[in-house]
Ligand binder design. Structure first.
Ligand code: MN
Length: 258
């Protein structure tokens, strides 16, 4: 098997190198990752300046490593269309340090790399470890490796977003197939003053603490279960089509009166 492995934490992240080592027991791993951290960079692609890729050598016989000046989505495109010797069996993004849950997916560089692979008609999954403190990478890497052959049985019509609780394999209580939950932040914007008396802003807060709905990704993580959410890129809110259709004529008439 051949894997394209990327992330948004950057080439030097532990989650990437540990997962590459584990994956190399299943096949060849081409690591193509951003040279700097790109967390919360979303699905950006770089269209207005040149991109570079640097070969960083091998790690063992089956890991080939590149870093690029681009985003996670750029890495997928450069890897697929130039660096890899053939089309990979699977594109994998992670293991991310920190969760990728609920509405945070709209910010996620990790998940966006998997989305980009999906847009290239490839199977892809993203995997995140739900902690920022003392990550238990080994357990998450073993779960990631178990997902590989399991996922390959399905048609590549969806992206799988995986979140793993930060505990040992023995403490994980199972696997839950979930939907995206809600994710809201407190103290999202901090305003401060620099040494020259000018104000500046810092974005980023803490997730609001509330009881997640049963069946959501955050609920599964709180239950110490691995969360598997199938993701689609169709953002249409089908429940609102009828509501807008019923009121459509009124809008049309409001500007077509002559
Ligand atoms: Mn990240």
């Amino acid at each position: 098997m051949l894997f394209l492995l990327t992330n948004d934490d950057g080439f030097d992240s532990s989650g990437l190198s540990i997962f590459a080592k584990h994956l190399s027991e299943l096949g060849e791993v081409f690591v193509v990752a951003p040279e700097h951290e790109r967390s919360a960079g979303g699905h950006a692609i770089t269209m207005h300046k040149p991109l570079r890729a640097r070969y960083k050598g091998t790690a063992g016989k089956k890991i080939f490593m590149w870093e690029t000046s681009g985003t996670p989505a750029d890495c997928v495109v450069i890897g697929l269309f130039d660096l890899l010797p053939r089309i990979p069996d699977l594109v994998i993004s992670g293991i991310n340090l920190g969760p990728n849950l609920g509405e945070d997916l709209t910010y996620s560089g990790t998940v966006s790399a998997a989305m980009e692979a999906h847009l290239c008609d490839l199977r892809a999954f993203s995997i995140s470890l739900c902690t920022f403190d003392q990550p238990k990478w080994e357990a998450a890497a073993q779960i990631g490796c178990a997902i590989v052959p399991w996922l390959l049985r399905f048609p590549n019509e969806f992206i799988l977003n995986v979140n793993v609780p930060n505990c040992s394999l023995a403490d994980i209580r199972g696997v839950a197939v979930t939907r995206l939950g809600k994710r809201r932040y407190e103290e999202r914007l901090t305003k401060r003053e620099d040494p020259f008396g000018r104000s500046y802003y810092w974005i980023g807060g803490f997730p609001q603490q509330f009881q997640p709905m049963e069946g959501t990704d955050e609920w599964a993580i709180n239950q110490r279960m691995v969360s598997l959410t199938p993701i689609s890129l169709d953002l249409t809110d089908y429940s609102k089509l009828r509501l807008l259709e019923d009121a459509r004529g009124e809008l049309e008439r409001s500007f077509s009166k002559t």
